[in-house]
Every structure is written in structure tokens, then in C-alpha cells.
Design a protein. Sequence first.
Lengths: 259, 336
Amino acid sequence: MSVRTLPLVFINLGGEMLYILDQRLEAHNTSEDNSEKVMNDIIRTMFSKPFMDELLKPHQLYSHRTVKTVLTRLAHASIMRLNPASIDRLYELMIMAFKYQVFLCPRPKDLLLISYNHIDTIREFVKDTPVIMNQVDETHRKIIEVYSCLSEGEFQLLRQTLLVFFQDMHVRVSLFLKNQVQNPNGRFSLSTSGPVPHGGDVPGLIRICEELTCFCLIQDEQVASELARIAGQFAEREEQPENSNSNKGDDLLAMMDDL
Amino acid sequence: MYHKEKSIQIKNSASALYNNLGVLRIAPRRLTYFTVVHANVVNMVSASWDGLNYSHRQLQSKEPNVATSTSLIMQAAFCVLPSRDLLVVTSQKGIQMYESDGSIMVYWHALDTPETPTAQAVFARGISAVWENYICVGVSSGAILVFDVPSKGSNITLSEVLEEHKESITDMASECSGSQECIADLVSADDGGNLCVWKSGEEFQLLNKIPGFDMSCSSVKLWKGTVVAGYGTGQIRLYEAVTGILHAEVNAHARWIYSLDIAPFSGLLLTAAEDSLVRVWHLTMTPETNSVEIAHLHNECVTDTQICGARFCDSDGYAFAVTGYDLSEIIRYTQT
């Protein structure tokens, strides 16, 4: 399976962790100074050059135990402390949020867009600290360098490797249940309508190609009409579309491709 | 056209891998074997036709004590040869071949895996039996390993390595029961959507190379000299194998196609994708006009499931079975 999963695992799970911690710090009325310090310390460690350089080397995917340990150490790089029950719950939320995004992304290359989203939000958290923001920018640049040349097939292998990592995890998340993106049995809801991914076509068209017979051009009325008949054999046939998919959104995705 | 039957429960859920369902019909014993890959394990179920008896077996990938992530299985498929049936399992470590009931491993071929991982992933994927005594297996480098299989015993040997593809092999398929003259008997597909058409023999001969459009071909079949290929865009294409002429193009699915199967006696085609749909089509050949027609017949939706395996259970297409990512069952449908 793919040896390029780790950077995306830590950026995306780390990003989810930071969203949750930011929200929890606010809910506990933590002072702005302390909140900023916690977030800065975690992001500084996560995006440190040695850490990122290590992740960017080819690696087989770590186990859940190892990933959870690394993320806990990252969180504890700050003054904040989490007890084991909190760590477990935090990890479940992070995993389910990332699983949701990986499972539902319309095409495998969107894994990169998901990662860029997380990097952008992380950049927002440290916008007042230029040194850390530089680290984030540098990581962003390296991610583009490593991943933007991978083919769609290689991204699908990456996605399949991540899906093995998430397999059989069906923890219910109240926000997902409320928004009906997750069913009460913990499985995500998969829509059968909506826009097709960029580069895809709406299902429904069958195009049959019939072979044109070779012919000589002769000035003869009978031959000319025969030629017209043969030319007319190259035909397209259209069926009624089965789904109500449309092409909305593919322009936005095409623009995002150029980023 | 089809109705849902009772599902078969399996010990683990299916992983999101191309063509993740193997089916072998054993008519003399009124049994069907099914295989579904979960991470580093193959779940095998033997189901009696009267629906009363199910027996389960699990096959581990080689070196299971090593961390799961280094011994993940990519595919498990049955290979039907005139003298014997084998179950072939491909992983990151290499290729295992078992007797068709999974009872004994008869052959192991290790892939060259470097000590520290390199940028290019290493694995085997794409399995096909080829008339009369070959089993072909694809590798992530694009190479195809051709194994010579004796009519019994474990003296299986690597007879040839075909190096034509430059990208990872995704799937392979063959036809030719030996009873008719076939020009082409093997097709291989890769991650760039490129297709190679081969003639088997002591030295395999490349008959044709059909270029892809940088879009992965995840599943491929060969039927009456026609290549049927399913792509990541959700499109299916039908090509004449030897000439590469495009017969038809179908915008079949809204997401990545994961599995294709053909029922050779009836010309029924089964396609399944991440969009949660399984579709049944009918292929008609017209030799006089050298054309192939395809007509859409039926759909089944497996709610909230990205399908990863779909196969007919018999050569007429009377029944088919489906697996989905994170689902611990094999869903079955039979014609009404």
C-alpha cells in the first residue's frame, strides 16, 4: 500500500485536533493569552522541520496506538494536559472527522484539497506569530512539492490505505448525527445525487462507434448517396439519465486545481 | 429483474480494494466459495446451494506477526485451469497460491522489498489464470509475472516476466476455454489506464497496446475478443482487443468503478462503483458489422456503501454477489 500517508495523516488529524482544542479552550473560558500559547506551542512542534522532514520520508502507515501516542505528545508540547479518557475521546472525534472527509471526497486528489484546508486554518491560528507561520508555509510548500505530481491512481492507493486505517470505526459524533451526515448506526450517509467530480461525466450516455467502411471518392450520384449513408452510420445514442447528477461545482474544483 | 437474497455474514468487513470479491462455483459438491479481503486477512466462506451450510476460513498474509501495515493484502482471486483450481493471494510481501479450498499453501513467491521503504510502493495486484497452464500476476512496477502451473503438485515456476507497463498493474483478465480459436487471451490494465493485449505461450506475445488517458483502469474483462474496461471516472469502454478499435463508451457511474464482471454464456455485464450502485448491462456482438452493442438493464443501490467487489455467481448471470467497504456481509441477488 501507499508509503506516502503519514504527512497527510498528521496534518489532517492534527488539524482536527486543533479545531477541537481551540473550541474546548474557548468553552472553558481560558484566557486569550494562554489559549494562544497552547495553540502556538502545538503548531510549532507539529510543523517543526525535523518532524515534518521525518514524516515526508516514505513510511508504512503507523498503527492507531502509535499515531495516538504521537498526537498526545504533540498536544502535551504545550502547557495543556489531557487525561487518558479525554485523549481517547479526542482521538475518536479526530478519526471520525478525517474518515468522513476521506470516505466522501468525490475524487482521490481531493485528499490534497482537504489537507490544504487544514493547513489554511492552522495558518489562521498562528497569524500573529510570523516565525510559526513561516514553518506552516514551508510545510505547505513541501506538501505541494511531494504530492502535486502524484497521479489519480496513486492518490486512490493513498486513500485506500487510509480507509484500511479507518476500517470498522463507527463512533457516533453528535454534530454528524445532528446534521444527518451520519446514521444512528455510525455509518456515514452517501448521497446518490449531486455534482459529479471534476473530470467525470454525468451517467447516462452510451456512445456506440460503428466502423466506417473504406471508400474511394468517385463522381457518381449513386456512389455519393452510398457515401452519405455510410457517413450517417457514425451515430450517438442517448439514454435517459438514471441519476439527477449535475455538473455544478466543477468550475470551482477546476480553479482549485490550479492553486 | 433481480431481487435481493439472504446475505452471507463474514468474519471481517471488506477493505476498499479493487475487485474485492472472489467467487468459485463447485457444481459437483453444490457449493460456492467466496473470498473477501480485509487488511492482512482473506475471509473465505463456503456456501452450500441449499443455503443451509456455511463454513468459514481465514487466510493470513505471509509473515502475519509483522505489523499489519507491512503485510496488507491487495487481492485474492480464484484461478480456474483445466486440471486444477487455485486461490491466489497477492500482498505487499508477495504472492501466495493455495488449493482452492484454502487448505494448503502450494506456492510462495516473495517480491523484492527493500529494507527501508522507497518512494514507490511495492505490492502485487492483478491476477489471472491463462489457458492452458499459466497464472499471471501483476506488480506495482508494471511488470507481469507469468507462472507455469503443473496439473498437480507444488512445482510451480516463474517462467517469464513481461515488462511493458510503466505504471502499477490494477487488474488482468483472460478468456479462452481452449475450445475455440482465440487470438488474444490475456489483457492487463494499469494505473494510467493503459491496456496491453497478449497471446499466451512459452513466450507471451504482445499483440496490442491501447493507451490510456492518465485515468486509472481499475477493472478489466475480456469476452469474445472484446476488452471491457472500467475507469476511475466512472466510464466503461469497450475495445476490440487485437486492433484497439473503440466500440463503445458508456458514462456508467458517478464515481470510481471498482469491479466489473461478465457472465460469458449470456453476455451480461456487471459494474460496481463507489457511488453505491451496481448496474447490469447486456452486451451483444454482431460479427457481420464487427460491432458490439451495450444496453443498460438493471440497477441495485446498496445504501450508504462504496462497493468494492461485484461478481456473477454463475456463467449465465442468474445470480450475483456484492461486497462494500466496511460491510461485513456478502450481499446476493438472484433473477426473478
